[in-house]
Write a protein that binds this ligand. Sequence first.
Ligand code: A3P
Length: 316
Amino acid sequence: PQFREDNLSEETKTLISSLPSYKDSLGNLYNYRECWYYPNTLQGVLNFERGFEPQKTDIILASYPKSGTTWLKALTIALFERLKNRSSDDLHPLQSHNPHGIVPVLEIGLYLKTSTPDLTRFSTPRVFSTHMPFHTLQLPLKDTPCKIVYVCRNVKDVLVSLWYFKCVQLQKKVDMEPLFESLCEGVGSCGPIWEHVLSYWRGCLEDPKQVLFMRYEEMKSEPCAQVKRLAEFLGCPFTEEEEEEGSVDKILELCSLRNLSGLEINKSGKNLNNLPYSAFFRKGEVGDFKNHLTPEMENKIDMIIQEKYKGSGLKF
Ligand code: A3P
C-alpha cells in the first residue's frame, strides 16, 4: 500500500529525511514539490520523473482523488473502444475489467516499484492516470503534445467521498473531523486540494490544447455535451452518423454508475491492494455533502476555497 515505507530506495530515504513531514491515521506524509505524498507513492513519483518516456499520442487522466476519476477513465476507454472494429460477441473491456485495471495510475501502479516498467501491453494511444499536480506531471511531458484531461469536483463532495472511501479502506467507520481538518489545512494526501486544482486550471489557461479542464458537476448536468467535448479534445469526435445512431447515449449508458456498479467484475473484483472495486462506486451525486457536513464545516470550506481561487478566474 501507498502509505507504507517498504518500497523506498536509499536515495529516497535520504531525500525524505530532508522533506517537511506530517503523520495521519495511515502513516507519514512528505511534502515534495508542494504536494503531500505517502512514502511509497513518493517513490512512485520519483520513479516516474526519472523514467517516464512520453509518446506523442499519450493521454493522461488527472484528478484529485474522489473527483470522478473512475467515470473519466470509463468514458475515455469507451470513446477509443468504439473506434475499433469489434465483432458484436466480443466482450467490451469495461464488462470484464474495472476502469482502474485498464488505465493504471502512474505513480501508484506502473511506477511504484520501478522507473522502467514494461509498457508494451499498451496500444496507441496509451492512456494513463495520475493524482500528481500539474507542475510535477509536466516535468517529463514538457515540449510533447501529450494530452491531459483533468476532472475537478466540488471540494465538499470530495471530502464526503474521501471519508466513505477511507472507511472502506480501514474497514471501520472513521470520524469525518480529522479528514475535514487536514483538508482545510491542506495537508492530506495529494493536498492542498486547491493547489492541485489551480495547477491544472493554470495549465489549461496556458495551453488549452494540452489540458482539458472538466467538472464532475457539469458531467452530471450535461453529460452529452461534456462527453462530446471530451471526444473532440481527444481527437476522436463523434461523427454525424454516430450521433444519429445514438452512440453518445450508448457510451453514457455503458459508463453510468448504475451500469458499471452492477457488473460482476465491479461487484466482486478487487484491485492490487485488495480493495474491492465496489468502493469506487457509491452515490455519484452532486451535493451529497448536505447530508454529512454541518453548516459550520460547509462555511469553513467555502471561505477557504473562495479565498484560494480568488483572482484565478476559476469559478467557485
Ligand atoms: P461518491 O462517493 O460521492 O458517490 P474517483 O473515481 O475519483 O475515486 O471518485 C469516486 C466518486 O465518483 C464516488 O463519488 C463515486 O460514486 C463516483 N463515481 C464512480 N463512478 C461513477 C460514474 N460512472 N458516474 C458518476 N459518478 C461515478
